[in-house]
Design a protein around this ligand. Structure first.
Ligand SMILES: [Fe+2]
Length: 201
């Protein structure tokens, strides 16, 4: 059911000129090429964030739009989730406007894998994802929206669809989401089992 989406994500990564700069992409591609979707995906309760998908459109970049198109086609049949550790700490507004689908990764994921996570997250307009950290190495790609990416020292960097942001293990980062819904493709390698945790300030 998600094989076509995984194929398009792999093709998107292969279309990026920065691939040689990020050895983790080779590991992600090996996994994307090897895994296969289960025939049936156990349902999960719907999340209200999916209402933002109606406002997500193409970027004009073919490999990126191929991912967006397939994701939007099947998104409402996918198991959406939120990081368990955030449910008691982030605001009701945040939790009503955020969620992700973990395509590959440790359970619960559509395809279980011990050392790579691949997923797509969605955030509503004008949310701020507070400073957080995780041991896994991470590569984000902006698929839609104009999020700003922040670091611990207070520096913010704007982005547009197609941009990539790479974080080494334990790099503390935050996001401010723009006026349109944001869709981010994320990949993790290394110590992927533990979820991200918010950084107390
Ligand atoms: Fe992260």
């Amino acid at each position: 059911m998600i094989d076509e989406l995984l194929d398009r994500i792999a093709a998107f990564h292969r279309s990026r000129s920065m691939v040689p700069e990020f050895p983790m992409v080779a590991e992600v591609l090996d996994v994307l090429d090897a895994v296969r979707s289960p025939d049936e995906i156990p349902p999960a309760p719907p999340l209200t964030v999916t209402r933002h998908l109606a406002a997500v459109g193409p970027s004009g970049e073919a490999a990126l739009d191929a991912v967006i198109e397939e994701f939007l086609r099947i998104a409402h049949d996918l198991p959406w989730r939120q990081t368990a550790g955030y449910l008691d700490t982030l605001s009701d507004e945040y939790l009503a406007n955020y969620g992700y689908v973990q395509l590959v990764g440790p359970a619960p994921s559509i395809i279980e894998h011990p050392s790579v996570r691949v997923g797509i997250g969605v955030w509503g307009p004008h949310l701020e994802y507070p400073l957080h950290e995780h041991e896994a190495e991470e590569l984000y790609h902006v698929l839609a929206g104009t999020p700003a990416f922040g670091t611990e020292d207070g520096t913010w960097t704007d982005s547009i669809p197609g941009d990539a942001v790479h974080y080494p293990p334990w790099h503390r980062h935050a996001q401010r989401f723009g006026a349109e819904p944001t869709v981010l493709l994320y990949c993790w390698t290394g110590a992927v089992k533990a979820d991200a945790v918010l950084v107390e300030r």
